[in-house]
Design a protein around this ligand. Structure first.
Ligand SMILES: [Zn+2]
Length: 284
């Protein structure tokens, strides 16, 4: 049991064979689904749960004040998008953030007037959200047993790359959403210039840097996932290019690469080659 792989088949529900890719990590090569292009970690069950625990931190996923401010700006933008899509005031929008961690997105939503609540299985992170007055259920989405057609908006940020049975998760999102609602998903993009250039050096792939990252999407696998769970993928946008980690290469090379990647950010956005994907799904 302990040596078995956490992910034994394509989390999008494909039946095609999984073959080794040229991205080789300490757990072995990422496996490539020949049907949807999903990349899948060979990490074992035990290592998976251990790495998920390492990252259950009461501070959630906000390491510095600088990235905190960037995150908060990004959250306001995403909430603005939800307002535009639903065409009603925040006070009338019932929102659920699945995998809310210590509640950074939820607190921005609450400040803007959304009727927001979250669900989070990592107990320490969830507790710290609750302590700040946010409404958070500790446990998985299924365990929260929300009523059917309850939410106008459901968000899944940095969640689906951790999940084994993504279809079941999306089916549950579909059940609790009102018709005409919005499901917003944020995850990494393996079809990005960052992934193509950095391969196994991309920290996004590394379980030691990102606890529990085991399932890696591209725009096509995301579209297939949406369709198989009864959603229509309305839009996917990608952004950001990143070639080196600070400290991994000489400072001069790092600075040069930073300038190059900043120039590539805009074309990457246009061509769907950015490393961060944001998708809007509607129950179809
Ligand atoms: Zn697949």
């Amino acid at each position: 049991m302990s040596n078995s792989r956490y992910l034994e088949s394509c989390p999008i529900g494909c039946t095609a064979a999984l073959v080794p890719s040229d991205i080789v990590l300490s757990e072995g090569a990422l496996l490539y689904c020949q049907e949807c292009g999903q990349l899948i970690s060979q990490c074992g069950v035990e290592r998976y749960w251990q790495s998920m625990q390492e990252f259950d931190d009461p501070r959630g996923t906000l390491p510095t004040a600088d990235s905190g401010e960037r995150r908060s700006r990004q959250n306001r933008k995403r909430l603005g998008k939800i307002l535009l899509l639903l065409e009603k005031p925040a006070q009338e929008i019932s929102l659920l953030d699945v995998g809310c961690s210590s509640g950074a997105f939820l607190s921005t939503a609450a400040a803007l007037g959304f009727r927001a609540q979250g669900v989070e299985p990592a107990a320490k992170a969830a507790q710290s959200a609750i302590q700040t007055g946010l409404r958070v259920h500790i446990g998985t989405l299924h365990e929260a047993r929300f009523p059917a057609q309850h939410f106008d908006a459901v968000t899944l940020f940095e969640v689906i790359e951790h999940i084994k049975d993504t279809i079941t998760l999306l089916n549950e999102c579909h059940r609790i959403m009102r018709p005409g609602g919005v499901l917003m998903i944020g995850t990494g993009n393996t079809d990005s210039w960052t992934a193509a250039f950095m391969k196994s050096r991309w920290r996004y792939f590394q379980i030691n840097h990102h606890g529990g990252h085991v399932s890696f999407f591209n725009p096509y696998s995301l579209r297939l996932l949406a369709a198989r769970a009864g959603f229509t993928l309305e839009a996917v946008e990608t952004r950001n290019v990143h070639f080196y980690e600070k400290g991994d290469v000489a400072p001069a090379l790092y600075r040069t690469a930073k300038i190059v990647t900043e120039l590539l950010n805009f074309p990457a956005q246009l061509l769907g080659k950015g490393q961060d994907m944001l998708a809007v799904l509607r129950p179809g």
